[in-house]
Design a protein around this ligand. Sequence first.
Ligand SMILES: [Zn+2]
Length: 499
Amino acid sequence: MSRYFLTTPIYYVTAQPHLGHAYSTITADALARWHRLLGEEVHFLTGTDEHGQKVADKAAAEGKDPQAFVDEIAPLYAKAWDRLGITNDDFIRTTEERHKIGVRELLQRCYDAGDIELDVYKGKYCVACEEYYTDDELDPGDLCRIHRQPVQYYEEENYFFRLSRFQQRLLDWYDAHPGAIKPEFRGNEALGLIRSGLRDFSVSRTSLQWGIPLPWDDKHVAYVWFDALANYITAIGYGTDEERFNTWWPGRHLIGKDIIRHHCVYWPAMLMSAGLEPPAGWAVGGWLLVGGEKMSKTQGNVVNPLDLVDEIGVDGFRYYVLAETPYGNDGDFTAEGLDARYNSDLANNLGNLLSRVATVVGKKCDGVGPAPSPDSPLAAVAASAYADTAKAWDDVQPSRALEATWSLIRATNAYLEANEPWKAEPGPAVDTVMGDALEALRIVSVLASPAVPESAQAVWQRIGMPGNVIDQRLPHAAAWGGYPGGLTVVKGDPLFPRR
Ligand SMILES: [Zn+2]
């Protein structure tokens, strides 16, 4: 059985879960669900990044011990993901023992390989980015371009990872693994970073307390990248359970465009140094902007996804973030856009199809769903909808996948309008049309389940199918003719009441 290990970035606990976190986590969840439908063995990981100066500062400002502080925030993420129907198999916190052991193992291997060396670092440092910058990377007044705040001058003895030694090895690896980064234009960004020359980066701090001490020099604490990136391997047993690690690695990372450098340049080089395989792939998303701006506290435009879920439902929210923006590009979140998507695609298309099918079956077929016709004109539409949906999920393009799935919904609505079964006398002609529509709904519920899991299950049940839609397996479940007929069809309340 093929295995699929998928990760989200781990989220830094200085902020509560917001729309940006929800966007990447929902996208990853939909991918994980799709791959489970394909019958793959899926391991889906998310978690929280809990060390570093910012966390220590924030805890101190609140008069708390850093561990007590992170213990309060991490569960907010777990709860949010629960509310959004996220099916992660594991949740890693970087303050866990399994993680600390694995990080020290990774550091030690890179140190033993000679790729980590002591050096003196002098430079301008943005505390918020946890990154040193050169003058030409800063705005006038020594302002960080991301945080719009002045950087600080630091001079300290650091251990450095000799990234500069890995330029050719990285280029060779990417050359041998075309398409490893999706979409392609984001892959080109990563290659551009590598070609423009690689600087060694600092892997330790002596000024920092809240972190993992280096195994060979405990005056130094591991600095963000070795600590945070390593979660992808420590969670699956690196340093603690080699057999489990070898079962799942290499995995695939879903990331945001702002962390390409760390995930697509630093991380594979770190793994190479430690004698491990680079990741199997990366999918790089854009930002979900709010009113054209990156969400931030200073902009005052932070959107809490859970507020939206209360209003529009889990599936309404999930569908919107997946369908609205081509993955890889920036999207713009608006309340009007959310309502418009909901009304057009969910209420008017899927909801309306289910409701009219259940109504006609109730009136003309005694509430019992007929079997579809093997040579229905919808059979070919369903086959191409499946092929296009599968291709798009494989390309990590949820918006295109949903567009393809919804093409079957639209075709089925048009088929009903052309045949007008609600005007016809009960009999074989009506039965054929309704059997075809029920079969289309059955296939749609399977194909749509990664995006709208609760609604897909509701459709599945209302057309009388037994069991759970998530237990279906593709491609078999998308093959025309699976609706057996003779099942009780239930109308129920509108699945998506219009807004
Ligand atoms: Zn900054």
